[in-house]
Design a protein around this ligand. Sequence first.
Ligand SMILES: Nc1ncnc2c1ncn2[C@@H]1O[C@H](COP(=O)(O)OP(=O)(O)O)[C@@H](O)[C@H]1O
Ligand SMILES: [Mg+2]
Length: 364
Amino acid sequence: MRKNSIKIAVIFGGRSAEHDVSLRSAESVFRAMSPDRYEVVPVLITREGAWYRMPPEISSFAPGVVPKETDRLLFSPDPTHRGFLQIGEGGEILSMYVDLVFPVLHGTHGEDGTLQGLLELANMPYVGCGVLASAVGMDKVLMKCAFRDNGLSVGPFFWFLRSEWEQDRDSILESMLRRPFPFFVKPANLGSSVGISRVTCMEDFEAAVSLAFSYDRKILVEDAIQGRELEVAVLGNDAPVASVAGEVIAHSNFYDYEEKYIRDTAELIIPADLEPVHNETAGKAAVTAFRAVDGSGLARVDMFLTPDGEIVVNEINTLPGFTSISMYPKLWEASGLAYDCLVDKLVVLAMERYEIKQLVRTDR
Ligand SMILES: Nc1ncnc2c1ncn2[C@@H]1O[C@H](COP(=O)(O)OP(=O)(O)O)[C@@H](O)[C@H]1O
Ligand SMILES: [Mg+2]
């Protein structure tokens, strides 16, 4: 390890339905970080939410690893602590200085702005979107409102809370009768297709609602959009750029959890076979979506290309799947940026964003 290497905490795992996906993404990030340039400290957040410093080895990212109780970490929101604290064997508090945090957490408590809020309080530089972009990008209702307000097309949708469903189910059912089948029922705040159902008849609606409510207190119902499913990677801070578009061809009814992570049958076509004009409009829509949520660092924007050539934006993912075979890094590879260079670039963007934030006055 060189003396001038950057010390980076890669935080992974997390109290989320996407815990396992995070393990795989973090392992890829770890592999890509050259020990000549980076000293990586893997920090595991367990499914229960406990934080542990893990050895800097690939085995730290395996599912089911039991961390050592003596490696337990705390994260202090007090900027004078500079982040991580470790409790020594005699009960003494030791600080663990890092230069930067690379959150590789998907879904709730990681991609949704909560972790980013803690990092902001600690004044710690970190990779990726800030609190606002992360939170808006996690809520499928608010993100669609932001997209729409910035001139993007989104499909018809409506949303309701569990309490409204419990108190006034009949009026929700009644408004459903006016919608065309099929439609999608989704938890507002999740990813990886967890809790999502494609509903083709009214008999299946209540089961879909129960499933979605088991993951969130807010759900949305969306009309199904006919079209090809495109994904575009965005990279940058205030002047973000788009990769080429990729296409997902799912072989089940939709691109569900099984196809994403278990059967692995979905085809990822990178780059998508598109007319140049569609590649360009997809890229422009992705950058607009990124700016609409005030993104920074990275995000993947997913959209549909309808048969009449319209782009309908589906969602933004502020911490997209990041394994070396995931769409986000593959799109950059196809655009001329290799995985390890992408990781370097994200670190530089994080430092730039941090430095710009330091210029903001906190006094009168
Ligand atoms: N309105 C829709 N029309 C058509 N397909 C949809 C629609 N919404 C979701 N899907 C399908 O379901 C998948 C998962 O939905 P998505 O909104 O992307 O949730 P997640 O955040 O879990 O990835 C999409 O990749 C797509 O295949
Ligand atoms: Mg998606």
